[in-house]
Design a protein around this ligand. Sequence first.
Ligand code: URA
Length: 220
Amino acid sequence: MDARKRQCLAAMGIARWVPRGVAESLPDEASETVMEAPGWSELEQRVAACTGCDLHRSRTQTVFGVGDRAARWMIVGEAPGEQEDLRGEPFVGRSGKLLDAMLLAMGLARQDVYIANILKCRPPDNRNPTPEEASHCAPYLRRQMELINPGIILAVGLVAAQRLLDTKLPLARLRGELHSYGDNDTPLVVTYHPAYLLRAPLQKKKAWQDLLLARSVLTE
Ligand code: URA
C-alpha cells in the first residue's frame, strides 16, 4: 500500500493490520497507522468497543458474527436489523429464518457456517450503510475472513456484493458467476438477500442455483 493511501486511511481512523512481529520493523510514519493483526478474542473486544463511526451512538450492541470459526462457508450480509441489534447475533429475524432454511436445503446447519455482516452496528431505520460506515467496519470483516480462511464466500444482497467486490454493478450482473475476494482469491458467489426473497419468492429458484454454484466450488 502506498504512503498516500496509508495517510488517507489513517486520517479516517482506519487501522491497517499486519502480521505479528512486522509492526516493529516498519518506519515510524508507517507504524503509526498499523496494529498487529488481532486474534479472535482481541478482535471481538475491539468490535465491541468500536466508536469508529456514529452508529455506535444508536446501537444496542455490536453484532460480531456467529458460527464455526473454521467453516468452509462464510455468509456475508449487509448490517444488523432490529432483532439482530437486540440479540447481538446476525440474521435472527425473518430473513434469518429464510437464510437458515436455504442453508438447510444445502445440508448445512447454521453452526456449520460462519455468518457476518458488512456492518457490525445497526443503521437507524435499517437504512443502507454509508460508504464511510462500511469503510470503518471493513478491517473487522477482513480480519474475520483471514482468520476463517473459508473455501467459499456467499455475499447475500447488493450491499454485501458491491462492497466485497468493490463494484457498482447491479445484482443481476453479479449473481450467477464465480468471483474472487481478497489477496487469497477466495471464491465468492453473489445471491439475493433473503429479505428480498421474502418479497419476491419467485426468485428463490435463482437463489438455489447460486447456492449450487457455491457448493460446486467446494466439491470440485
Ligand atoms: N439483514 C442482514 O443483511 N444482516 C442481518 O444480520 C440481518 C438482516
